[in-house]
Write a protein that binds this ligand. Structure first.
Ligand code: NAD
Length: 499
């Protein structure tokens, strides 16, 4: 594609596509080939302000619409997402790298978010108690918060923005999305669908860019709530700066997820699950299994199942049939991941499977599945998020040792335990300081109608994303206490009132 033909992505503000006020552009490339796909503008505070003005102006009328009308719009949105699911998935694969079947699964999860938000006439209901005092009733109703913004990461270009947008607008808020500048094209397509469906101007807005847009969102007095998903360090920054501006904030951060394997685990099924968990999306999931904590010699049996399966994985372009592991998001990410493997080896770890040079063009951002053995708790690879197709093996003697290892992490996003022992599961579930747990399940990411519940540095805030927490985050409670003096018939008072 020549530079003159390169599409510069517009913003979507107040019901129309508009160019960014910034002339600073970032190239969007296909990580499998290095080919230029488009350019994204790095918008600034002026673009955020235009979106906020539009969203504020749209808020009163959108809030006043009946819940069933808002839900009905989401039904139409859902239908169009289903119609164009393959196109959305292909766009996600091209700009992010994950395999096309994986992207199709992501789009399925994205659609489930919208489906779940259509339940808003039920899930947004308040509570009432008749008779808190004589002839006095109290009710708590839920109202939208106002203008809400979401800042999202590169690894789920379709789904993560929909953790927020459908729930926010279903509750009657208006909304601004800042997608990852590394993968802005998928949401461009989603907003084309929104535009064609004809949502009232200003109800949803899209501002492309990076830090300047984020800071514009965090500092703008016209934004009431901020949702963030991304790395732990950015999450901490967002949480502090948004809270300092008195905004409601939920900030979902990075992860380092362990998978415990007990000696009694069914090893072939366990290996199947671990392969998907560790190497799916080339390890670029916040719920990716990053470490096997093998208890009581379990690695001896597990490795016989796991290493051949890992060696059988095919690395390549995610659009090609038969590819099991696509590229990582960028060549910078590839080099960082290779560097972390090198450091682990230099620290004394050994490689059971070495994917550093998978034999593909260096134009593509490829790292093959890698298994690092003899990892100890003090190594960088045991403590820090790799966000690549790299699985570390830590061996411990007992379940207590395994729990201590997992709880020693600053992260607490997800974990899995593989065993047939109910007692081990019961103990693990009770003692582990992690918000999402899988039992013989590799990736225990909750479905749309449950909250996405990371702990510790993996989540800052009180109310998590989607499910009932999503509705709580996007509503404010208002409590009304009511008394009527009359008895309901003209001119008559209650006898008890005595006057
Ligand atoms: P990132 O933190 O680099 O970027 C996320 C968003 O923040 C982007 O929109 C980016 O533009 C913005 N941003 C980045 N640095 C910023 C800064 N210094 N100031 C202001 N804004 C900034 O994350 P990423 O690399 O896009 O995504 C991968 C990370 O996201 C991983 O750590 C992964 O674990 C995490 N993640 C977490 C969850 C979860 O639910 N906990 C889900 C998906 C991804």
């Amino acid at each position: 594609m020549s530079a003159t033909a390169t599409k510069i992505l517009p913003n979507y503000i107040n019901g129309g596509w508009v160019p960014s006020t910034s002339s600073e552009l970032l190239d969007i490339t296909n990580p499998a080939t290095g080919a230029l796909l488009a350019q994204v503008p790095l918008s600034g505070a002026a673009d955020v302000d235009a979106a906020v003005q539009a969203a504020r102006a749209a808020f009163p009328a959108w809030k006043a619409k009946s819940t069933i009308e808002r839900a009905r719009w989401l039904f139409g949105f859902r239908e169009q997402l289903v119609q164009r699911a393959d196109e959305i998935a292909a766009t996600a694969t091209r700009e992010m790298g994950k395999t096309y079947p994986d992207a199709q699964a992501e789009v399925g999860r994205m659609i489930e978010m919208v489906e779940c938000a259509t339940a808003i006439p039920t899930t947004m209901q308040g509570r009432i108690l008749e008779g808190v005092a004589t002839k006095v009733d109290t009710e708590t109703i839920r109202q939208p918060v106002g203008v809400c913004a979401a800042i999202t990461p590169f690894n789920f270009p379709a789904m993560v923005p929909m953790w927020f947008l459908p729930f926010a607008i279903a509750c009657g808020n208006t909304f601004i999305l800042k997608p990852s500048e590394q993968v802005p094209m998928t949401q461009q397509l989603v907003f084309e669908i929104i535009h064609e469906l004809g949502l009232p101007d200003g109800v949803v807005n899209l501002v492309n860019g990076s830090r300047d847009v984020v800071n514009g969102i965090l500092d703008h007095p016209g934004i009431d709530a901020v949702s963030f998903v991304g790395s732990a360090s950015t999450a901490a920054y967002i949480y502090e700066r948004a809270a300092a501006k008195k905004k409601r904030v939920q900030a979902l951060g990075g992860a380092k997820n362990s998978m415990l394997v007990m000696p009694d685990a069914i090893m072939d099924k366990t290996a199947d699950n671990i392969i998907g968990s560790a190497f799916g999306a080339a390890g670029q999931r916040c719920m990716a299994g990053s470490i096997i904590v093998a208890v009581g010699g379990a690695w001896n049996d597990l490795q016989k199942e796991l290493i051949p399966r890992t060696n059988a994985l095919t690395v390549g372009d995610g659009m090609e049939t038969g590819t099991s592991v696509g590229p990582v998001v960028s060549r910078e990410a590839r080099d960082r991941i290779r560097g972390m493997i090198d450091t682990a080896v230099a620290s004394g770890a050994t490689l059971a499977v070495d994917g550093r040079s998978p034999g593909l063009s260096e134009e593509g951002a490829f790292v093959g599945p890698t298994i690092v053995q003899n990892v100890t708790a003090d190594m960088e690879i045991a403590r820090e998020e790799v966000f690549g197709p790299v699985l570390s093996i830590v061996e411990v003697d007992t379940l207590a040792d395994a729990i201590a290892f997992v709880n020693g992490s600053r992260y607490g996003n997800g974990t899995s335990i593989f065993t047939e022992s109910g007692a081990a599961v019961r103990r693990y579930r009770h003692e582990v300081e992690v918000g999402m747990i899988g039992v013989n399940v590799g990736v225990a990411a909750p479905v749309a109608f449950f909250p996405f519940s990371g702990w510790k540095d993996s989540f800052l805030g009180d109310l998590h994303a989607h499910g009932t927490d999503g509705v709580d985050f996007y509503t404010r409670k208002k409590t009304v206490t009511t008394r009527w003096f009359a008895d309901g018939e003209s001119g008559k008072y209650f006898v008890e009132q005595g006057d």
